[in-house]
Design a protein around this ligand. Sequence first.
Ligand code: AMO
Length: 387
Amino acid sequence: MKGTVQITVPCGVVSKTILEGIGRLQRESVIGIRGTIKKMPKAPRGVEIIPEELRILNIAKPLPFEMRGRARLDIRLDERTLDLRRPESRAIFRIRHATLNAIRSFLLKEGYMEIQTPKIIASATEGGAALFPIIYYGREAFLAQSPQLYKEQLASVYEKVFEIGPVFRAEEFHTTRHLCEITSVDIEEAFVKAEDVMRVLESMIAFVIEIIKTKCDYELLILKRRLEIPRLPFPRFTYDDILEELRREDIHITWGEDLPTPALRKLGRLHKDYYFITDWPTQSKPFYMLPRGDNPRICDAFDLMHGWIEIASGGTRIHTRKLLEKRIKEQGLTPESFTFHLKVFDYGMPPHAGWGLGLERLLMALTGKKNIREVIFFPRDPRRLKP
Ligand code: AMO
């Protein structure tokens, strides 16, 4: 049997040594018990143990917060390992474990090969401001914001690749949905377009939910969370549709801008489940997204949303060197920093597409947690570097 069980210590039945020993214990102390199991319908598991032998392995000090009460998140995070013993936290990370397993088995079944790309890199991919610089043997280097360039390169060799790994974002904001270190699930595939990888993404989400519903029913119960398997395909709206919808709600966004938080909040009230936003302005997306042949102001990029939160983004990529160099310059970056990447495009780069999904953002959607710090073991944000 696994989990919690009630131990009852009736005076006059158990020995004096056991009674004294139990009296010395604090919550969360580590003990071993040998005893008789008795039926007890009122106990949480329907049984209780009457101890005949008690072994005290380690006595805990008084705890900094009440394990079954509602402690402030920052206090819990200061004592994260202890916090993880709370049934709710434990349930979240069981779901995280099952989610990762489900993602991996889905992508393997779909024929993607698992890759690992460097996390110490030489140049930005998602915009320079959000990079952590490091000193690498006297030279400047950075922590990777995304496996973007390497996954594109490896898709030119293996056609279908995926990576599950850490990425680092030097975020300036203090929000409930941003962290500085996250786990990113990335795919990249040759000879396909955005729409093809969007189908992979939505099928993967539906598969993950199906698995969580069956394998984590106990954890969902603890979190008081009901999950529905979403219907496929997910709704698709263009960026222009969304701007128009927001305009009707009296929120006016200049064409070309990203969607600010109040607009996202409004969208979340209008669309509660999963949906895609497609056809983004080229200027609002990274340099590697493919501009439309008929209208280069728009690119073949998409975001996957859940309510007001962006879970993933991706698109069709540029696969010719000339256009890629032009876009790098237009985004204010220097092509020389990307020589190692650009030259791969000289040797036959197939058309390709892919996406990157923030595991923690998906877990917020799955667990219903409102703060991203709840769904990562040891969060890193601008204020928190420990524990
Ligand atoms: P993007 O920068 O949109 O795209 O990141 C992909 C997904 O990662 C998650 N994410 C974050 N989660 C928590 N905190 C953060 N600071 C944070 N930053 C990003 C989001 C987001 O949707 N290379 C592209 C992907 C691609 O085109 O393949 C990229 O990195 O869920």
